[in-house]
Design a protein around this ligand. Structure first.
Ligand code: ATP
Ligand code: FE
Length: 337
């Protein structure tokens, strides 16, 4: 069995996964959303202190598996430096005490592997990763070969939902709040610009849309002056513009990529409105759509454990003294390293 730890942002999570069956035997996650909600986003120092309390509490529950653990896996990049270190410190200690190898896991590869927790999905695979810090399309050919085909020039999808919610005084995380308000809204009320609509660039950009949302809020006299219906309509109009942007750029990629399997991963892949739009697009292009179970869309240690099984089979271990964080938030085009 492999014990995996995730602490790259505001979720403390530990999982135990069986190597031979790839089954998740134990999984727990303690989210810090309530604690960060009043700040409208994650406060790194607070997040790290909350991990320091939550992770040992979860670890207690995994003790029955300790004598059967073959390795410890931990997210070491990308993420918030101070929170990654909480998980890494715990992983190093465990690996040393139990005398088992340590596996460093790239968080975004973990998101991709969330697809394989419930079922094996054949490769190659085209993947749209939409999370709190990233928007990218990747060609995943194998464990070793994951190439970034398109990436974000500024705000990520999750971030744009979070910032839109914050501007309307709606709390954090913004994704689920905006999605549910949008269900009651008129998506055609506000004529928001679809980013890079007239550009040939195959890239993502959402900061201009965010600015357009801000201007609409100002026109309405600020968040406090907005009625509930105003907020629902703006949420729906914003979500529609994000969807159209994602679809437009994905279409360009679909036209040149013959790969038949397409997946959406990351926290924002929980969005049903976006999922449904991709269902239609995939049908049009004869592609099969894959998504991870809802509980494994946002950060979790089960996806880290699932990736770690493949890494374990390849003996991708690291010396406990050598593991460090790589906290770069934005990933450039190229190979996902
Ligand atoms: P990264 O994985 O890029 O390092 P992260 O780990 O912080 O970033 P995730 O946990 O994958 O991000 O996803 C969290 C993000 O997903 C948040 O920005 C949140 O608002 C967004 N999100 C969650 N549910 C939804 C939803 N239903 N619609 C849109 N966005 C959503
Ligand atoms: Fe994530």
């Amino acid at each position: 069995m492999i014990l995996s730890i995730e602490s790259s942002c505001d979720d403390s999570s530990i999982a135990v996964t069986e190597i031979s069956t790839k089954k998740v035997l134990y999984h727990k996650k303690i989210s810090q959303e309530t604690e960060h909600a009043c700040y409208g986003g994650v406060v790194p120092e607070l997040a790290s202190r909350l991990h320091a309390v939550a992770l040992p509490n979860i670890l207690q529950e995994t003790k029955p598996w300790f004598d059967r653990l073959k390795a410890v896996a931990v997210t070491n990049q990308p993420g918030l430096g101070v929170t990654l270190l909480e998980g890494i410190a715990m992983a190093k200690t465990l690996a040393t005490l139990l005398n088992i190898p340590l596996i460093p896991v790239h968080h975004l590869k973990g998101h991709i592997y969330s697809l394989f927790i419930a079922q094996e999905t054949r490769l190659p695979l085209l993947v749209l990763l939409i999370s709190g810090g990233h928007t990218m399309v990747l060609r995943v050919e194998s464990f070793e070969k994951m190439e970034i085909l398109a990436t974000s020039m500024d705000d990520s999808v999750g971030e744009s939902f979070d910032k839109t919610a914050k501007m309307m005084g709606l709390g954090y995380p913004g994704g689920p709040i905006i999605e549910s308000l949008a269900e009651e809204g008129d998506e055609n009320r506000f004529n928001l610009p679809v980013p890079l609509r007239n550009s040939k660039l195959i890239a993502f950009s959402l900061s201009g849309l965010k600015n357009a949302v801000r201007l609409e809020i100002e026109k309405l006299g600020g968040a406090d002056a907005m009625s509930r219906q105003d907020k629902c309509d703006l949420a729906a109009s914003f979500q529609k513009a994000v969807k159209l942007h994602l679809l437009q750029k994905s279409k360009k990629i679909f036209k040149t990529e013959p790969i038949k399997d397409f997946a959406i991963v990351g926290g924002a892949s929980a969005n049903r409105y976006i999922r449904n739009a991709y269902k239609i697009l995939c049908k049009e292009f004869g592609k099969t759509l894959h998504v991870a179970p809802l509980q494994y869309c946002s950060d979790n240690a089960a996806m880290i454990g699932r990736y770690a099984i493949d890494a374990y089979e390849r003996e991708q271990f690291i010396e406990t003294a050598a593991i460090d964080i790589v906290s770069t938030k934005k990933q450039q085009a190229g190979t996902l390293l």
